[in-house]
Design a protein around this ligand. Structure first.
Ligand code: F6P
Length: 323
């Protein structure tokens, strides 16, 4: 292997820059040439590919977002799009790829590998922490801390005004951000898609709180919860318990931005090095991850099809701590 390329794809995540930096510097360290691809698969299709050096990644380890920019490519879902992408890579004699992204990115990478057998190793970059094959994904820790900071602030005002807040956090179909920020923020209730919270559970929790003279409560709602989004749930609750003072706060894309935490920078650095060294060892069509503090490689097909369950301890402690 002589020349590799790196790209970020899908929703950006804090720590992606630290990962790009690690990939570029590891390539340079091992005397590989390294190219950056702009805007994920779209840049691959459009030929927006440029040489990178150690210097190109100076001063980015601490920055949120991704200097390579990101996109969710519709064109790469087509055979013609993937063919254009392959031709651009072939023309530049790129013989290895590092894909930084989430399940959509690895679904694309897996199809691309089946068609063209270009060695590819992935680094899990998504705030959702929904990828099988790694305990944590790059960006998750920062997103949880961002959500936690917001929960702490909202608690101050909830307490001053005796209000019930429904705080909606991101995570797509996963409740990881909700459960971890909810535990950290001492939420009275955490609603996640992985466990069924009924509407009656919500009503009961609020009633019991009032019975114990609790005047304010925080309910963290994962955006993918089966009962609906935070606004819908709050409206329904208001109909049943009209005397409460309810507010909804949707944290949204703030969770995707900001400087990565130390944990994300270190994870990203470790995985970036692991991805390039994996390619050099002949690994392909796999995602680098850290499981039980060990660097591991999991086939893309498993990372995108296997479910990563929330650890049962977390679910259990939510019940214990919210009484
Ligand atoms: O996958 C990351 C994520 O932020 C999800 O948590 C969220 O559902 C989605 O992306 C939002 O996507 P977009 O930025 O395209 O609106």
């Amino acid at each position: 292997m002589k020349r590799i390329a790196v790209f970020t794809s899908g929703g950006d995540a804090p720590g992606m820059n630290a990962c790009i930096r690690a990939v570029v510097r590891t390539a340079v360290y091992h005397k590989l040439e390294v190219f950056g691809i702009k805007r994920g698969y779209n840049g691959m299709i459009q030929g927006d590919i440029f040489p990178m050096t150690s210097f190109s990644v100076s001063n980015i380890v601490q920055r949120g977002g991704t200097v390579l920019k990101s996109a969710r490519s519709m064109e790469f879902k087509t055979k013609e799009g993937r063919q254009k992408a392959y031709e651009n890579l072939k023309r530049l004699e790129i013989d290895g790829l590092v894909a930084i992204g989430g399940d959509g990115t690895f679904t694309g990478a897996s199809i691309f590998y089946d068609e063209y057998q270009l060695p590819t190793v992935g680094c899990p970059g998504t705030i959702d922490n929904d990828l099988y094959g790694t305990d944590y994904t790059i960006g998750f820790d920062t997103a949880v801390n961002t959500a936690l900071d917001a929960i702490d602030k909202i608690r101050d005002t909830a307490d001053s005004h005796d209000r019930i807040f429904f705080i909606e956090v991101m995570g797509r179909d996963s409740g990881y951000i909700a459960i971890e920020s909810g535990i950290g923020g001492g939420a009275e209730m955490i609603m996640v898609p992985e466990t069924l919270t009924t509407f009656n559970d919500v009503i009961e929790t609020l009633r019991q709180g009032w019975d114990r003279s609790k005047t304010s409560s925080i309910i963290v709602v994962a955006e993918g919860d089966e009962l609906g989004n935070a606004t819908e749930i709050a409206e329904k609750v208001k109909k049943q318990l009209p005397h409460g003072d309810y507010r909804v706060s949707i944290l949204g894309h703030t969770q995707r931005g900001g400087a990565p935490t130390a944990m994300d920078r270190i994870l990203a650095s470790r995985l970036g090095v692991g991805a390039v060294e994996g390619l050099l060892k002949g690994m392909s069509n796999v995602m680098a991850g850290v499981v039980n503090n060990q660097l591991v490689y999991t086939p893309f097909k498993e990372t995108i099809t296997k479910n990563k369950a929330i650890h049962p301890d977390l679910i259990r402690i939510v019940d214990i701590l919210s009484v």
